[in-house]
Design a protein around this ligand. Structure first.
Ligand code: ADP
Ligand code: ADP
Length: 225
């Protein structure tokens, strides 16, 4: 069944002379458990599409349905609550909080969500173990390698058990060997949890490991397999 449906989506920035149309009628379905590599040249609109799918950005027109519901009918606050419980994000740069430990960074979304500290800690420790970082829980981001930082970011993205994980060039800042390890981790997480994955990537190897490839050019999907 489809988890997320993008229907005739348009997105533009600016007004009048300065108006730029970035998404020009996108249709895309993400099934439960799907793995999609979103590829295409720089400026094609991949990040913008990912942001709208993740409800970080509202579309100019068109719909996004999540479990059959039109999510942009929600006002900003309920939309943020929906996003926090349903969607995880991983970016090219990890965006971890530098003054907090790996454990605290992973716990943070749960703590902010108002859960008990002991439960947050247990869940975060399990996730850090799942990403191979049991020996790094008290380290701060600055004391971790690039690959380890990205593993912490992945654990944090999963801590609220989202149905959809959206990643924007998650290995774009890593060397080849570390990228391969992070790819293997993402595949393993997908197999173990059945989560749906959409990853923007220029990495052919990462794209090849995904079930589907969706190619964008100039704000449109030109190829979807
Ligand atoms: P990609 O991820 O495929 O490289 P993006 O979605 O980042 O493409 O960008 C697509 C186009 O949208 C680019 O021309 C970019 O300059 C423009 N764009 C993205 N965000 C904004 C914004 N906030 N304001 C104006 N233009 C933007
Ligand atoms: P285990 O093998 O440790 O008994 P599972 O293989 O069922 O556990 O799940 C592995 C981990 O993935 C567990 O910590 C579980 O809470 C977590 N998990 C399950 N579903 C999701 C999801 N959709 N997103 C993130 N984590 C999930």
């Amino acid at each position: 069944s489809s988890l997320l449906e993008v229907k005739n989506l348009f997105k533009s920035y600016g007004t009048g002379e300065a108006r730029v149309e970035v998404l020009k009628g996108i249709d895309l379905t993400v099934a439960a458990g799907d793995t999609i590599a979103l590829v295409g040249p720089s400026g094609a609109g991949k990040s913008t599409l990912l942001h709208v799918m993740g409800t970080i950005d509202r579309p100019t027109s068109g719909d996004v349905l999540f479990d059959g519901e039109k999510i942009f009918n929600l006002a900003d606050q309920p939309l943020a609550a929906f996003r926090n419980r349903s969607i995880g994000f991983v970016f090219q740069f990890h965006h971890l909080l530098p003054e907090f430990s790996a454990l605290e960074n992973v716990m943070m979304p749960l703590l902010i969500g108002g859960e008990k500290r002991s439960r947050c800690e247990g869940r975060a420790l399990k996730l850090l173990k799942d990403v191979g970082l049991s020996h790094r829980v008290t380290h701060r981001p600055g004391e971790l390698s690039g690959g380890e930082q990205q593993r912490v970011a992945i654990a944090r993205a999963l801590v609220r058990e989202p149905k959809l994980l959206l990643a924007d060039e998650p290995t774009g800042n890593l060397d080849m060997k570390t990228s391969e390890e992070v790819h293997a981790l993402l595949y393993e997480i997908q197999r173990n949890t059945g989560i749906s994955l959409v990853i923007v990537t220029h990495n052919e190897q990462l794209a090849a490991g995904m079930a589907r490839t969706v190619r964008m050019v100039d704000g449109k999907v030109v190829e979807a397999a």
